[in-house]
Design a protein around this ligand. Structure first.
Ligand SMILES: Nc1ncnc2c1ncn2[C@@H]1O[C@H](COP(=O)(O)OP(=O)(O)O)[C@@H](O)[C@H]1O
Ligand SMILES: O=C(CO)[C@@H](O)[C@H](O)COP(=O)(O)O
Length: 492
């Protein structure tokens, strides 16, 4: 190995774990991946994590990646964190979290979101200001929940961070966020590129509690603090980038945005199911999030609460392996075990219909995949329409759907998405697009080059093309009918 090799670390601190990719900054070669889990606690809509566990997992994952890459620590030049979006980290006067973080999938903040959405001129005005109408996921709703339910913590709060901001601050000592992750708060204006003073006023938030918003693009915010350098086993000279939200980083890893692949759809199958595309225009898409991307383009996104974990839960309940699925046939499953965000049904529970004595359990599992995939793909059609694209037009329908996230490794997931979308699929050969996108942000912070161009040159988003199969209209229509019938009574 050349002595001058420059290695960058991209961290994906997502809902269930931290993953750290050690990447050759020149070639994009993935040298090693470290992983360490952290826990999520809560029931009945509550979802919380201790940020200290995120930090411990991050440090363990980075140490593993560097060790397994077999490179000297001195060859590491940069690091960036991409984090699960929206979570509220409330800091006290000592700079430490006052309580566990309220996570994106904590639905207790649904009433606060609904109340916020009626203020400041209503949903259309929110969309115009922030890109999104408040739902339980957004940070503003979580802050309102804290103010109402734990005023002692809200009153004692001296700083508010998103998960990736918190970790970036622990690495560099700098309180900073980026436009992409900030756009998930609902107190950041995606059109103005600044915090919205009217929203901050509405939620009683002093802007001094918030981190500075770094400019779009890969920004170097500093170098590792002595404490962070020791925890990670890296030199203090390592550049720390501003980082971003996990979905924005995945877009970078796929080479979306800027000059590359605009309006190309992505489906991510992880703890959350997300659908998104990098777009040049700022689309108005009711029911979807109008996020900013890392580079000045936009990242409209639909997010479901029930994806891989919900389907895996059905497999466990049925005593099956996750790959033992058969087409659902007459069985329809709406797998809304955690409530649902898209559509906005935070109090929903799971629903199974069409059972007979002779129903094959594998069909019930297959129907769970179908229900989860339908929910995402319907959001994708809405998203494309909001971008002025007809989802069924040949030029749009033929654009390959990029399938990423842990579920993309599973055949049952791949085949279900293929059958219900009728689209060609690209499943990138690389597994960890979020960590790889973060690595591109880290490399850019070191060299000043454009991260999307860098990831494109690295080829991290490339993979085999699976040709389309005819769309399964019958299953699609059956699920749509059950969802429409159940929504007014069973799911609200
Ligand atoms: N081979 C596989 N086939 C299908 N699903 C898988 C496979 N490997 C992992 N998964 C699913 O992927 C999920 C993790 O995906 P990931 O994108 O890493 O999630 P997150 O980033 O939200 O933590 C797990 O919950 C698991 O259900
Ligand atoms: O809330 C959203 C997007 O708006 C989620 O996508 C979170 O960002 C969590 O991501 P994963 O842990 O599923 O990767």
């Amino acid at each position: 190995m050349p002595a001058s090799r420059s290695v960058v670390i991209g961290v994906d601190s997502s809902t269930q774990s931290a993953k750290a990719a050690a990447v050759d900054a020149d070639t994009g070669e993935l040298l090693a991946l470290g992983r360490a889990p952290h826990t999520v606690a809560g029931s009945a809509g509550a979802r919380e994590s201790d940020p200290e566990e995120w930090w411990t997992a991050l440090a363990a994952a980075v140490r593993t990646a560097v060790r397994e890459a077999g490179v000297p620590a001195a060859s590491v030049t940069g690091i960036a964190v991409a984090g699960q979006q929206h979570g509220l980290v409330a800091l006290g006067p000592d700079g430490r979290p006052l309580r566990p973080a309220l996570l994106w999938n904590d639905t207790r903040s649904a009433p606060q979101a609904a109340a916020l959405a009626t203020r400041l001129g209503g949903p259309a005005s929110w969309q115009d200001r922030t890109g999104s109408v408040p739902v339980a996921a957004v940070t503003a709703a979580k802050w309102q929940w804290l103010r109402e339910h734990e005023p002692q913590h809200a009153d004692a709060t001296t700083g508010i961070r998103l998960p990736h901001d918190h970790l970036t601050e622990r690495l560099s000592g700098t309180a900073v966020t980026d436009p992409g992750d900030a756009s998930g708060t609902c107190w950041y204006g995606t059109a103005t590129g600044a915090y919205d003073p009217d929203v901050l006023d509405l939620v009683g938030l002093d802007p001094a509690l918030l981190p500075a918003v770094a400019p779009s693009g890969a920004t170097r915010v500093g170098t590792l603090t002595p404490t962070a350098a020791e925890a990670l086993g890296l030199p203090r000279t390592v550049a720390v980038a501003a980082g971003t939200g996990d979905n924005m980083a995945a877009a970078v890893g796929l080479g979306l945005g800027g000059a590359g692949l605009l309006d190309h759809p992505v489906v991510s199958l992880g703890t959350s199911g997300t659908v998104f595309a990098a777009t040049r225009a700022r689309p108005a898409a009711p029911g979807l999030a109008g996020f900013a991307a890392t580079d000045g383009t936009y990242l409209p996104l639909g997010c479901t609460l029930n994806c891989t974990l919900a389907v895996d839960r059905f497999a466990t309940l049925l005593g099956l392996d996750r790959e033992d699925a058969a087409p659902g046939g007459d069985v329809v499953v709406l797998p809304y075990l955690d409530g649902e965000r898209t559509p906005d049904l935070p109090h929903a529970a799971g629903l199974v219909t069409g059972l007979r004595h002779g129903t094959d359990p594998r069909a019930v599992l297959g129907a769970a995949y179908e229900g989860a995939a339908f929910t995402m793909l319907r959001a994708l059609d809405e998203l494309l329409a909001a971008c002025g694209l007809d989802p069924a037009a040949p030029g749009v329908r033929d654009r390959p759907l990029r399938l990423i996230g842990g579920g993309a490794r599973g055949r049952a997931w791949t085949e279900t998405v293929r059958r219900l979308s009728g689209r060609p699929l690209v499943v990138p050969a690389a597994d960890e697009l979020v960590a790889l996108g973060a690595a591109a942000l880290a490399a850019s912070a070191v060299t000043g080059s454009d991260p999307v161009a860098l990831a494109t040159a690295w080829g991290t988003g490339t993979g085999a093309l699976l040709p389309p199969v005819p769309r399964d209209e019958e299953t699609w229509n059956r699920i749509a009918a059950v969802l429409a019938a159940a929504t007014p009574t069973l799911l609200r």
